[in-house]
Ligand binder design. Structure first.
Ligand code: G3H
Length: 197
C-alpha cells in the first residue's frame, strides 16, 4: 500500500515573531522537532513496514534543516515548487504590519483568500497551479516524505483528501505533526503523529 508523508518545517524564528515568508532558521523548538522527526516517521510505519523514504523539501532553510536528521541514506530532493506562497511586498512582515501598511490588501485577502494575490507575489490559486508537476510526480512515486510550508501543505492535503481547493486557505495543518496519507479505493486514510515539542 503506498502512502505519502507530510510535515511542515519545524517552528522558525519568523514563526516566533509572527512574520510571514522570509528564509529564517529554525527556533530552538523547531530544532527539537527536527531531532524528533526520524522517530516520528518510524512510529508511523505499520507492522512490518520498514523501508527508506525519499524526502522532498523546499529550497528554504527551515525545511532543509527540519529534514537533516533523517537517515543519511535516504534520498533528499529540493524543489523550488515547494517554496512557501510568495507574499511579495509583504514578505517578512507580521499581519499587524500588513494591515497597517496595506489596509486594502488586508481586507481584500480576508474577502477572498483563495484568489487574493499579494503585490509582487502569489495567491493560493497560483500555488495550486505551480504544484501541478509536484502532484503528478507524487502520483507516480512511492514512499515520499514532503517537508514544506503551511500554504503548500494545505493545497497538497486538499488534493489528496479530495477537498475543494478553494477551501485550502483555511485548512488547519499544525506545526510539529507528521501526517501519513494512504489513498484507498474509496477515500484517503489519514493518520496523525504529534511530536509533542
Ligand atoms: O507564512 C505564511 C503562511 O503559511 C500562510 O498563512 O495563508 O493563512 O496567511 P496564510
Amino acid at each position: 500500500q503506498r502512502s505519502i508523508w507530510l510535515s511542515r518545517h519545524g517552528e522558525s524564528e519568523w514563526n516566533v515573531y509572527g512574520k510571514i515568508g522570509g528564509d529564517a532558521d529554525l527556533s530552538p523548538r523547531g530544532e527539537a522537532y527536527a531531532l524528533k522527526l526520524p522517530e516520528l516517521v518510524k512510529q508511523s510505519f505499520g507492522p512490518g513496514e520498514d523501508h527508506p523514504l525519499t524526502v522532498w523539501t523546499s529550497t528554504l532553510k527551515r525545511t532543509i534543516a527540519t529534514a537533516r536528521h533523517l537517515p543519511q541514506e535516504w534520498n533528499q530532493l529540493q524543489w523550488k515548487a515547494l517554496d512557501e506562497l510568495d507574499s511579495g511586498v509583504c514578505d517578512n512582515m507580521t499581519y499587524a504590519e500588513i494591515k497597517e501598511l496595506y489596509p486594502e490588501d488586508f481586507e481584500a485577502r480576508d474577502q477572498d483568500k483563495y484568489n487574493y494575490r499579494y503585490r509582487g507575489g502569489e495567491s493560493y490559486r497560483d500555488v495550486v497551479i505551480r504544484l501541478e508537476p509536484i502532484i503528478m510526480e507524487l502520483e507516480r512515486s512511492e514512499n515520499i516524505l514532503i517537508v514544506t510550508h503551511q500554504a503548500i501543505l494545505r493545497c497538497i492535503y486538499a488534493y489528496f483528501m479530495k477537498e475543494d481547493q478553494e477551501k485550502s486557505p483555511w485548512l488547519n495543518v499544525p506545526l510539529h505533526t507528521l501526517i501519513k496519507l494512504t489513498p484507498r479505493a474509496y477515500g484517503t486514510d489519514k493518520e496523525v503523529f504529534k511530536a509533542g515539542v
